[in-house]
Design a protein around this ligand. Structure first.
Ligand SMILES: [Zn+2]
Length: 281
């Protein structure tokens, strides 16, 4: 399956940003969500679009696209506690200060390529995981701040994580953050919220609390998580048929926050009020 089929909204967003005259791609990008493979695939796709010398299509066979598909591009680097360690670096559990120095040194030289650094973690089997305060500690993160915020053409930093809160706020404030929905989601079932939340984008602000009440009533019938999943699925199905409506990505993030509140045991009334006020305006 082509990546553009799997993540039409995000790839579309980045493709358009890259086509814009001023190359409006942010210097630092943060992806969050539970599907790390999706995040990593997306990061590589951005690296590919930034380096492609051909038509940028999924099937482009230019040298940059080939290298990225083979995982051998000299200027696309995965930075984790395991990948891209300098020889004298003995740390095994963290992305280290030595790696941060290595990145700075790499950036002292010029390159004909667009350099991309993908920050992530790996589990014992080598699967991609997210950065967190343990594997990407404040000292290392802070040592990278200067190069992240200094506009430097031809360099992009991408951070992968499960929760935004797992990343230092100083990195977040310098990054554009995107929630990446799981690609394992096979259907977009939203039957639980049908009739209550459909066409919510046409609702009026004054009705926000009524809608919240209806969602609370639904929670007598369905677990709150399945209602929130239903809302998210509905938004994803909207995005699928309207890939240009990137404002839905923001909405999906709001629901993601609501799911987190639900996990913390916050009262449904508060969660739905808060969510409806964010979504309906
Ligand atoms: Zn290409």
């Amino acid at each position: 399956m082509l990546l553009s089929d799997k993540y039409p909204f995000l790839t579309d967003y980045f493709t358009r940003a890259l086509e814009a005259e001023n190359h409006a791609i942010p210097q630092s990008i943060l992806f969050y969500g539970s599907d790390f493979n999706a995040q990593y695939t997306l990061a590589l796709e951005i690296a590919r679009l930034l380096n492609c010398k051909g038509d940028k299509s999924d099937s482009c066979n230019c040298i940059n696209c080939r290298w990225i598909r083979e995982g051998t591009h000299p200027e696309i680097r995965t930075i984790s506690r395991i990948d891209n360690k300098p020889d004298d670096d003995e740390s095994k559990l963290v992305i280290s200060i030595k790696q941060s120095h290595m990145i700075k040194e790499i950036l002292m030289a010029t390159s004909e390529f667009h350099r991309v650094f993908i920050f992530c973690d790996r589990d014992d089997e080598g699967n991609i995981c997210g950065i967190n305060p343990v594997n990407f500690q404040a000292e290392t993160a802070n040592s990278l701040l200067k190069i992240i915020e200094e506009p430097q053409p031809g360099v992009t930093f991408i951070f992968l994580t499960r929760y935004i809160d797992d990343v230092l706020s100083t990195i977040i404030s310098r990054s554009q953050c995107f929630f990446v929905p799981s690609k394992e989601r096979v259907n977009y079932d939203y039957s639980s919220i049908k009739g209550v939340f459909e066409n919510y984008y046409n609702f009026e602000r004054k009705d926000a609390f009524d809608i919240s009440q209806k969602l609370q009533d639904l929670s007598n019938e369905y677990p709150i998580m399945s209602i929130l999943e239903g809302i998210q699925n509905y938004m994803l199905s909207l995005l699928k048929s309207n890939p240009n409506m990137t404002n839905f990505i923001k909405h999906i993030e709001f629901v993601e926050e609501a799911k987190k509140q639900a996990k913390l045991g916050i009262k449904p009334a508060n969660i739905f009020d808060d969510l409806c006020l964010k979504l309906i305006n």
